[in-house]
Ligand binder design. Structure first.
Ligand code: TRP
Length: 556
């Protein structure tokens, strides 16, 4: 515990890069285009931008502020912060979402991340050159060793790259906050953007195959107003905004908790949100979707997108590289950079859980990392063996479209209502190098929670299609409506597994707090956090300076 308090970001640039690195990843480059295509292209963008402005940005600022505040109280994860703010026994249990959601996401995220590494290898060995529109889909299933029916799926290459990905991830987190992550982001991010621009130009100048690149752009940018009443499309857009900005589960909170109390959070939040939106909307969508439409046509693009939440890029891009000079090299570099982007993101998903193990259970970093690594690896076994049976996409659906909005809603209620928007607003604006518009205050207090409630409510209760029946989208989802009969047992298995995980984490939380109460050394710490929450007036100033300054290194 005490040892962790001295951990601070070495430079302000470092934390910004790390947060941007957490945000910019497979979400923008792979998940965004696939989601947009799945929901009909033009139907997706309006909800996406509305969600970005009314939920994404305000919540991003809120998480920065809450995290910085939590760090000042000595907490780096949601259970601790919620416990401190609510001062109720149930507070910490709500914080379980800050462990549960990142765990579920990181498991399948690491798997997809390993595909990018594998594809870098396939590109480098010239494998893409043999592909055309008819075979490129098969390349994916072959790489993953997908088998239909009840046969288990796996391939040697798929497993090797997955193990490599796991090893690299845990190596990075074992090296500490500042050193490990910063170095990676600094080189990989600008390179990735540069290459994305090159790819964008190449895609937009592709010769006509099934369609032209401009028909691809049309598919995405022509708004479809009729879809705006569909709660599933809205939740998909909200989930994607949260996923891409890394909000809703406390990952930013953990990073921000290593800030100093007078460090800027407003400008940093805005910078990383804009960089990431640019990456997703302009690059992710201007590369993957138009390319897919050119090679496969709009209808097949939507079909491919439905087959896997992250897969559109894996089908479309190898064909783009075949149209380029030195395609093998460029393709390898692209997937390698995408791997680095994914790495900085997956590391940020692992970190809250790791911080929880260290802070609240008192484990050493080595022990925390080993236990987490073992758990992740154990979960990956069924996930890999069931590839192609829709398990990954079901996990992704629940985690991103349902749990992230629920997590965000709980965070807002605790921040804007329990802590109170008066304190909350001070926390957001303290040290800010950018004037956050006052309207954000009201958005956070009223608009955002009501919007989330309305969306989740209509997903749960409003009939999905009044003409054909009274079932809501949620009910259909829960009853596995539309899922192939053969895949149902696997999805049920994975949902039960998720339920058991949630339960186990709740028990772990209870144990962690029992342990803390037993430890007299914790008492002053808890008292300080409680005093900080009770402090009237300017919350950031009232916090015991001694607690904050303990172990504070000199500014670089
Ligand atoms: N934002 C990352 C991406 O787009 C994924 C991610 C990292 C994430 N940390 C997160 C998503 C925290 C939700 C919450 O690839």
């Amino acid at each position: 515990m005490a040892g962790r308090k001295s951990e601070r970001w070495a430079t302000r640039m470092g934390v910004m890069l790390a947060v941007a690195g957490s945000a910019i990843g497979l979400g923008a480059f792979l998940r965004f285009p696939t989601q947009a295509a799945q929901h009909g292209g033009g139907a997706f963008l309006i909800p996406y931008f509305v969600a970005l402005l009314l939920l994404g940005l305000p919540l991003m600022w809120m998480e920065w502020a809450l995290g910085r505040m939590g760090g000042v109280w000595g907490h780096h994860t949601l259970p601790g912060i919620f416990d401190a703010v609510t001062r109720a026994r149930w507070g910490k249990y709500l914080g379980v979402l800050g462990l549960f959601i990142p765990f579920i996401i990181v498991v399948y995220y690491l798997y997809v991340e390993s595909w990018t590494l594998g594809y870098a290898f396939l590109a480098a060995t010239g494998e893409f050159a043999n592909q055309n529109t008819a075979t490129v889909n098969g390349l994916h299933t072959q790489y993953l060793g997908v088998r239909d029916g009840s046969a288990l799926s796996w391939s040697l290459a798929g497993v090797i790259f997955l193990l490599l990905t796991l090893a690299i991830n845990f190596w990075v987190i074992c090296r500490g906050a500042a050193a490990g992550i910063e170095k990676f982001s600094r080189i990989a991010m600008p390179l990735l953007f540069l290459l994305a621009i090159i790819l964008m130009v190449r895609v937009l100048t592709l010769p006509r195959a099934v369609a032209t690149p401009f028909e691809g752009l049309d598919f995405l940018w022509t708004p479809d107003i009729s879809a705006l009443t569909n709660p599933t499309v809205w939740l998909a857009a909200v989930g994607q905004v949260f996923f891409t900005l890394s909000i809703g589960l406390g990952a930013i909170i953990t990073y921000a908790s290593y800030l100093r109390k007078d460090d800027d959070v407003a400008l940093s939040g805005l910078t990383s949100a804009s960089l990431n939106t640019m990456a997703g909307v302009i690059m992710g969508a201007t590369i993957a979707i138009p390319a897919a439409v050119v090679f496969f046509g709009a209808a097949a693009t939507m079909r491919y997108a439905e087959g896997g939440s992250f897969s559109l890029g894996f089908f479309a891009l190898p064909l783009v590289f075949n149209e380029m000079a030195s395609g093998a090299l460029v393709g390898a570099l692209w997937f390698l950079l995408l791997f680095f982007a994914g790495l900085t993101a997956s590391v940020s998903l692992l970190r809250p859980i790791l911080a929880f193990f260290q802070d609240e259970l008192g484990w050493t970093r080595g022990k925390a990392a080993s236990v987490l690594g073992a758990l992740v690896a154990a979960y990956l076994v069924p996930l890999v063996l069931l590839t192609g049976k829709g398990v990954l996409d079901d996990m992704d659906f629940w985690a991103v479209q349902i749990f992230l909005p629920v997590g965000a809603l709980i965070e807002i209620i605790i921040f804007a209502w329990l802590l109170g928007m008066k304190h909350g607003w001070e926390a957001i604006t303290a040290g800010a190098r950018l004037r956050v518009p006052v309207v954000v205050k009201y958005v956070l207090q009223y608009v955002a929670p009501l919007l989330l409630l309305a969306l989740l409510g209509s997903w749960l209760f409003v009939p999905d299609d009044p003409k054909t029946g009274a079932l809501s989208a949620a009910a259909k989802m829960m009853m596995l409506d539309g899922v192939a009969e053969a895949n149902k047992p696997y999805l049920i298995f994975c949902r039960v597994l998720m339920g058991v995980t949630l339960l186990a984490l709740l028990l772990l939380l209870r144990r962690a707090w029992r342990r803390k109460l037993d430890q007299p050394a914790m008492a002053p710490h808890i008292a300080a956090a409680e005093a900080a929450v009770d402090a009237p007036g300017h919350i950031m100033e009232e916090i015991t300076p001694a607690l904050f300054d303990a172990g504070r290194p000199d500014r670089a």
